[in-house]
Design a protein around this ligand. Structure first.
Ligand code: GRG
Length: 312
């Protein structure tokens, strides 16, 4: 087994610093290009939903996977990883815009302010989401400098599959099964698809940047996939618990909404305490997946702990 060199990390500072990097890079993309200005209403809606708020956890996980596997610092490669982390956050923000639409979860509040369709109207919100999905892929192909064409393709394919085999069917089930009777297996499936798949893909995208010639790539990818799915499922469990136990101000979105909409959630099926215990167990199982691969464990481990201890 390889010797593990660990980071000495303060996870709150790490989250703060990486969120700032992602926020600033996203702002720069819109400031520096004239491509995303006309028509102003469309791009205003995109900037409104993207630039102000969000924990940036998926982008941060992408950067953390990259940094945990990296042998030698490379500013150009890090720049590419930052671009990909931004693409992931754009996709995530797009999914939130569509999730909030009246025909979906119908939520008036997101990230502490009126949701996109409330501020800009439904048609603009749909188009803003469409534009963001395209922009995310454009950034990967046009704004990266050092990663190879093969790596770009792998990243694009990883993300695309996380929609077709994850977010989109996950959202479909989430909507169509609301109010129906539910067992643990069904709720596990919905959570894996609508939430854990993008979290897994974020981690895998970060790893693709570093693993190109690594003979252990297959094993590392397998373990990071398991880590991502377990962590992502725990993320959704905590999201369900917070919906029931927290308030609208802390969450920045309407609390106690799952029950009103008869959504299938972990607390509904197994109760709040069992849900919290299940999330804790998943995080412990996830951390074990990091133990027998050549990776610096502490960064991803600490982020996994943050995911179950978060308050919003
Ligand atoms: C991506 C093509 C494509 C379609 C989207 C609408 C839809 C299909 C999927 C909805 C997926 C969804 C909204 C799942 C919930 C995931 C979740 C727990 C979101 C909250 O994430 P946080 O807490 O939010 O990270 P912030 O605001 O911090 O970024």
């Amino acid at each position: 087994m390889s010797t593990k060199i660990e980071f000495d990390i303060d996870i709150q500072s790490y989250l703060y610093n990486k969120k700032s990097l992602i926020d600033n890079h996203l702002k720069k993309i819109f400031e520096e290009s004239n491509d995303y200005k006309d028509p102003i209403e469309l791009w205003d809606a995109v900037r409104y939903s993207l630039l102000d708020g969000g924990k940036r956890i998926r982008g941060i996980l992408c950067l953390a996977a990259y940094e945990s596997l990296l042998q030698e610092n490379d500013p150009d490669l890090f720049g590419d990883c930052l671009t990909i982390a931004c693409s992931i956050e754009i996709i995530h923000a797009m999914s939130l815009i569509h999730d909030d639409l009246p025909s979906m979860d119908n939520d008036d509040l997101r990230r502490g302010k009126p949701s996109c369709h409330k501020a800009f109207g439904e048609a603009t919100a749909i188009l803003a989401g469409d534009g963001m999905l395209s922009l995310a892929f454009e950034l990967i192909t046009e704004h990266t400098k050092k990663i190879s064409e093969t790596q770009k393709l792998e990243i694009i394919s990883t993300l695309a599959k996380s929609f077709t085999k994850g977010l989109v069917p996950g959202q479909m089930l989430d909507l169509s099964l609301a109010g129906k009777s539910c067992d643990l297996k069904t709720i596990e499936k919905i959570s894996r698809l609508k939430t854990a798949e993008l979290i897994r893909a974020s981690i895998i995208c970060g790893s693709v940047i570093v693993l190109e010639d690594n003979p252990e790539k297959e094993k590392i990818t397998k373990n990071l996939t398991d880590f991502g799915l377990k962590t992502g499922t725990a993320f959704q469990i905590i999201d369900d618990v917070l919906d029931k136990t927290s308030d609208t101000k802390t969450l920045g979105k309407t609390s106690h909404k799952d029950e009103k909409q008869k959504k299938l959630t972990y607390p509904l099926v197994i109760g709040i305490e069992n849900s919290k215990n299940m999330a804790r167990e998943l995080i412990e199982e996830a951390k074990l997946k990091l133990k027998d691969i050549p990776i610096k464990v502490s960064l991803l481990s600490n982020l996994a702990d943050y995911i179950i201890n978060r308050i919003n």
